[in-house]
Write a protein that binds this ligand. Structure first.
Ligand code: G3P
Ligand code: CA
Length: 263
């Protein structure tokens, strides 16, 4: 199997869209909070703007987490990929969550890498490649262009790239085989399919609500890391740990870390 950042050394904490239970998802505020809370990885979503910039946002439309309806009333259905980076910068991506977060701006992948500064791992999801054609190639180009994701002192920015889209993941892996990749799924693939994934997939990320003991055992037996999403209660954290997971993706990294390490 691929390089293994954390296999079988205890469960790592992945802050889903940052500390998104406490701050607006995929913003600098949510990422800084996740780092302060001791998350091991920040999970986030990358898409392409109309002018080919790599932007950090989960939904393929802007309505839920921005003020695009007000700022651009004539641009329905507010698809992310119809807006340039300059237009996206005009949006507020924090106010919807609460007044304290007004003024947060959409980030680029470069800005996220700058913000992380080797303090925490990055679990970057290639979001919806079907509506973002060329996304895997664009992320590869950006990472190659950024020599500084390996620091001058040799520290390396821990990075895992994931997707629900296996073809996008293959495209990425073919071009940057040293970066571990994770297949995001609802259900754990059947044993035959898992055998196909062995050798290039680092981790399988299934939906915790559909994960049964035999599914978990299948991933572990296949030698891949098991990192379910999105696990948001102590009962589910315990269930995941009982299944032998390598990591847990959660909106509440502080509470999870407290349960795991009692700090
Ligand atoms: O990492 C898996 C998880 O992020 C997938 O779900 O919809 O939150 O991107 P979603
Ligand atoms: Ca995601």
């Amino acid at each position: 199997m691929s390089t293994s950042p954390s296999s079988r050394r205890g469960a790592a904490t992945y802050a889903h869209r940052g500390s998104s239970g406490m701050a607006p998802e995929n913003t600098a505020a949510a990422f800084e909070l996740a780092i302060a809370e001791g998350a091991d990885y920040i999970e986030t979503d990358v898409q392409l703007s109309a002018d080919g910039e790599l932007v950090i946002i989960h939904d393929v439309t802007l309505e839920r987490t921005t003020d695009a309806r007000l700022a651009f009333p004539d641009r329905a259905p507010w698809n992310v990929h119809d807006f340039t980076l300059a237009e996206l910068r005009k949006l507020d991506v924090g106010a919807w969550y609460g007044g304290d977060f007004t003024g947060q701006q959409i980030l680029t992948l470069d800005e996220v890498l700058d913000l992380l500064g080797y303090r925490v791992g990055l679990n970057l999801e290639l979001k919806s490649p079907a509506v973002n054609p060329g996304l895997a190639r664009a992320v590869v180009a950006r990472l190659r262009g950024r020599r500084d994701w390996v620091a001058p002192d040799g520290r390396r920015q821990p990075l895992i790239v994931g997707s629900f889209d296996e073809q996008a993941l293959r495209d990425f892996h073919t071009q940057l085989p040293d970066v571990p990749v994770s297949l995001i799924t609802y259900d754990v693939p059947a044993a035959g399919k898992l055998a196909d994934l062995d050798g290039w997939i680092y981790s399988v990320n299934p939906d915790i609500h559909r994960l049964r003991r035999n599914d978990a055992a299948r991933v572990i037996e296949a030698g891949m890391a098991l990192v379910p999403w999105t696990v948001n209660s102590p009962e589910l954290w315990q269930w995941a740990l009982n299944l032998g997971v390598d990591g847990i993706i959660t909106n509440y990294p502080y509470a999870l870390k407290t349960m795991l390490h009692g700090h």
